[in-house]
Design a protein around this ligand. Structure first.
Ligand code: AMP
Length: 414
């Protein structure tokens, strides 16, 4: 029964098969966040457009071409959030969290929107889970953030994950380097892709991300910021590396690693799964010491990351098996409907998964349905008020005292 309506381009429906795997992933993430003291937060799906223009940066691909921007009835420009860090920093300032004991450790899960060319692993509405540690400049905070994403991917069993690590230095230190990089790019202008050439002075770092062959050749001989790190920047990066070494987390220094958002400073990292092909990054992030000040707050160091839920699910490959049910409450007689509902409710309150027939099937149909949904045991309520308990694995059936049903079912005996 196809209708003429379809999910919009670049979006998708989550059907139960994928919904189960998602729920498991989100539960694992919430566990990882909670165990390390990252508290759950949520911000609106849209914000004032200016928050992203200022926060993410005017020269970024996101702001230049990927935002879903619209006007509300009062003529204000709003944008569906393309990323989570600027909104969380906005909330941090709006709610005076800079007055709390620092750092403030926050975690989130939710939908994000970018008007990108859809392909496998790249959508216009996608979902991220992520964390932000705001108010700590210690390399410990960078290392902790990286370890938590590493642990989460490990716990989920994402195969073939590699960690790439880099550092962009502090904003002041970067200025000198950027001049050097621009000079290198100008010297090779003729060999660069047009897009890169046009943006040499706006966003030279993005040249490292180009797929264009000529540009790549130019970048192979470009100076890298990792080689130019000095003083506190170099010491900070060295300590992040030592902490990861001590934790046994393998990484590769990637001097060409730049991330597509303007706000990063010092540590940046990316977890990739090559098996995913073109869209191989499952998650990444870094330090953004200048962002909160950029948004009008006090100078506040911070570090965070976001991981793509769809990418992780793609990397995991297999769909989650149906969970089955602990119990199905069947009725041998129409008159037992209320009793069945009451028993299922009681079983659910006791922590079991239990269902009743909602489609008016006869007893035979109910047993067939119970089998189909993977019920391990079926309670059959008889017309005379008695009850039978059927083990769906062995097919064994025996009478049970009605008053003992819940105890019998929760007692673990099957
Ligand atoms: P970013 O916010 O760009 O640093 O991205 C963080 C993570 O979100 C990436 O590593 C991806 O896993 C995921 N991601 C970013 N953009 C998309 C997209 N358009 N579709 C699906 N996942 C995405």
């Amino acid at each position: 029964m196809a209708s003429k309506y379809q999910a919009p381009r670049g979006t998708f429906d989550v059907l139960p098969e994928q919904g189960r795997a998602r729920a498991r992933l989100e539960a694992a993430a919430r566990e990882v966040f909670a165990r390390a003291g990252y508290e759950p937060v949520a911000t609106p799906a849209f914000e004032d457009t200016d928050l992203f223009v200022r926060g993410v940066g005017r020269s970024t691909d996101i702001v230049r071409k990927e935002m879903f921007t619209f006007e509300d009835k009062g003529g204000r420009s709003l944008t569906l959030r393309p990323e989570g860090t600027a909104p969380i920093c906005r909330a941090y300032l709006e709610h005076g969290m800079h007055k709390l004991a620092q750092p403030v450790k926050l975690a989130y899960v939710g939908p994000f929107f970018r008007h990108e060319r859809p392909q496998a692993g790249r959508y216009r509405q996608f979902h991220q889970l992520g964390l932000e540690c705001i108010g700590a400049d210690s390399p410990l905070a960078d290392a902790e953030a990286i370890m938590l994403l590493s642990d989460l991917l490990g716990e989920l069993g994402v195969p073939g994950v590699e960690l790439r690590l880099g550092s962009l230095g502090s904003l002041e230190a970067r200025r000198g380097y950027l001049e050097e990089l621009k000079a290198h790019l100008h010297a090779h202008e003729g060999e660069l892709a047009r897009e890169v050439r046009e943006r040499i002075d706006v966003n030279p770092l993005r040249a490292f991300d180009s797929d264009d062959e000529g540009t790549r050749a130019v970048m192979a001989s470009a100076p890298t910021i990792v080689e130019r790190l000095e003083g506190e920047d170099a010491a900070h990066f060295a300590e992040v590396r030592e902490l990861l070494d001590a934790a046994g987390i393998a990484y590769e220094i990637d001097p060409a690693l730049v991330r597509g958002l303007d706000y990063y400073t010092r540590t940046i990292f990316s977890f990739v799964c090559e098996e995913l092909g073109a869209q191989s990054e499952v998650g990444g992030g870094g330090r953004y010491d200048g962002l909160i000040e950029q948004l009008g707050g006090p100078a506040t160091p911070a570090v965070g990351w976001a991981a793509g839920i769809e990418r992780i699910l793609l990397a995991l490959g297999e769909a989650e098996e149906p969970a089955g049910r602990d119990a199905f409450v069947a009725i041998a007689d129409e008159g037992q409907r209320r009793r069945a509902m009451a028993l299922a409710t009681e079983l659910r309150r006791a922590g079991l998964s239990a269902e009743v027939d909602l489609a008016g099937r006869g007893l035979k149909g109910q047993l067939k349905h119970a089998d189909r949904i993977g019920a391990r045991r079926v309670v059959i309520l008889e017309a005379d008020g008695s009850a039978q308990l059927r083990d769906m694995g062995s097919g064994e059936q025996r009478p049970v005292e009605s008053g003992n049903l819940v105890e019998e079912m929760t007692g673990g005996e099957s």
